[in-house]
Design a protein around this ligand. Structure first.
Ligand code: HEC
Length: 97
């Protein structure tokens, strides 16, 4: 029993630090359904600019300040969740410039 408890605590500690494959996969899904129409399927740019490698901070800034993106935030409540923004950023970091 004790052994399992330690494993569990270990996972809890490791989880927020590392963005694992599941986070990246989740970020990809969010990106493809919400961002790709404007930023391109590989974030290479379309109506909006290339956003490969963008940080969590920059994404949050854009959602609050870019005119075309404000309605995107209000119609997709999952973008109010910081973890979701982190997942999108983790996915964007896997793409090549
Ligand atoms: C309706 C179209 C549209 C959608 C959907 C959209 N964006 Fe944007 N985004 C834009 C436009 C247009 C700009 C550039 C505005 C400018 O340069 O004035 C932009 C700018 C940005 C920037 C700033 C880039 C820079 O270099 O300054 C980031 C980061 C960004 N978008 C991320 C996202 C993410 C992440 C999503 C999905 C959650 C998303 N956008 C969805 C249109 C969109």
């Amino acid at each position: 029993m004790k052994k399992y408890l330690f494993c569990f605590v270990g996972l809890m500690l490791a989880a927020p630090v590392v963005s694992n494959a599941a986070n990246i996969q989740h970020g990809r899904q969010l990106f493809e359904s919400i961002c790709a129409p404007c930023h391109g399927s590989n974030a290479q740019g379309n109506v909006g600019p290339n956003i490969v490698d963008q940080s969590v901070k920059k994404i949050e800034w854009a959602l609050n300040n870019v005119g075309m993106m404000k309605p995107v935030k209000s119609s997709n409540p999952q973008l109010n969740n910081v973890q979701n923004i982190k997942d999108i950023s983790a996915f964007l970091h896997t793409l090549k410039k």
